[in-house]
Design a protein around this ligand. Structure first.
Ligand SMILES: NC(=O)c1ccc[n+]([C@@H]2O[C@H](COP(=O)([O-])OP(=O)(O)OC[C@H]3O[C@@H](n4cnc5c(N)ncnc54)[C@H](OP(=O)(O)O)[C@@H]3O)[C@@H](O)[C@H]2O)c1
Length: 263
């Protein structure tokens, strides 16, 4: 049998922009077939055009159970899935005293619940050697004014990844999370544009930009593709990862600029 006949398939959520797009491009470049997922079709088609090949746009909502079922069916049709990257996410600012249930629930559905139930829904279709990567966040451990729902959702997502690491190992599915922060993406651009009276950390991100310390999305793509494709199986899920740690840079930060150069 010709092993090359079966494509290696990845599901990358949030693939229409930012980190998800960068990971989709990095995986496609390494000949992985990427099911690129987001709610809006147009940005996904831009990702596919930028890749040139190996990226299939799938417009669907991961916060909707029907969307997750569609993804599991598509993965089955594709012959199984080897890699899953949970990059879909929402960030919304709301003062704590004006917090709305709608905002709270939307962020929990998208940033936590979707990751849990999509990971589980794919159980029948994982290839052997499957790896699931959660995009982690410093906001899981750093409280930020007007970002309570986001910070809580990130803390929950980090712990969810750890629980899944423990429970899915016996099923041959390796799970971990990796922090890409602070990466230059539409989400961070939106945070930098916020009124500091509402969101004081807008000033922090602006300072990172002025000092050239925002991480390039393409570097995150390369880091994540190294975690998924190159790291020995036991190491991938042995710990949480963080792009800011220099120890692993020599392994993957080759011919790549870590920091974003844009003004
Ligand atoms: N940038 C950073 O420094 C940073 C740091 C820590 C963690 N993160 C996390 O990294 C992830 C990616 O963020 P980003 O910075 O790349 O921001 P981004 O450009 O806003 O990307 C988020 C993506 O998620 C998609 N999305 C949102 N809700 C969705 C849903 N229900 N179903 C499917 N797709 C959905 C969006 O596309 P549609 O609107 O078309 O659906 C969008 O493409 C997020 O989880 C974020 O919390 C980012």
């Amino acid at each position: 049998m010709n092993a090359a006949a079966s494509p290696v398939v990845a599901i990358v959520t949030g693939a229409g922009s930012g980190i998800g797009r960068a990971v989709a491009l990095a995986l496609a470049q390494r000949r992985v077939t990427v099911l690129a997922v987001g709610r809006r079709a147009a940005p996904l088609h831009e990702t596919a055009a930028a890749a040139g090949a190996n990226v299939l746009p799938i417009a669907c909502d991961v916060a909707d159970p029907a969307g997750r079922t569609t993804l599991a069916r598509l993965a089955q049709d594709a012959g199984g899935v080897r890699y899953v990257v949970h990059a879909a996410g929402l960030h919304r600012l709301e003062p704590l005293l004006a917090i709305t249930r709608d905002n709270w629930r939307t962020l929990m559905h998208t940033n936590v619940e979707a990751r849990l139930f999509l990971t589980l829904e794919l159980l029948p279709v994982y290839d052997s050697g499957a790896r699931v990567l959660f995009v982690g966040s410093n906001s899981a451990s750093r409280a930020r004014v007007s970002a309570t729902a986001y910070c809580v959702s990130q803390a929950a997502s980090t712990m969810l990844a750890r629980c899944l690491t423990m429970e899915l190992a016996a099923r041959g599915v390796a799970v971990t999370s990796a922090i890409p922060s602070p990466a230059r993406t539409p989400m961070v651009d939106q945070q930098m544009a916020a009124d500091p009276a509402l969101y004081p950390d807008a000033l922090l991100y602006r300072r990172y930009r002025e000092e050239g310390k925002l991480i390039a999305a393409a570097a995150v793509g390369k880091f994540f593709s190294w975690l998924l494709l190159d790291l020995p199986a036991g190491e991938f899920s042995s710990r949480d990862w963080n792009i800011a740690e220099g120890a692993h840079h020599p392994e993957w930060l080759v011919n790549t600029t870590l920091y974003d150069q844009a003004p």
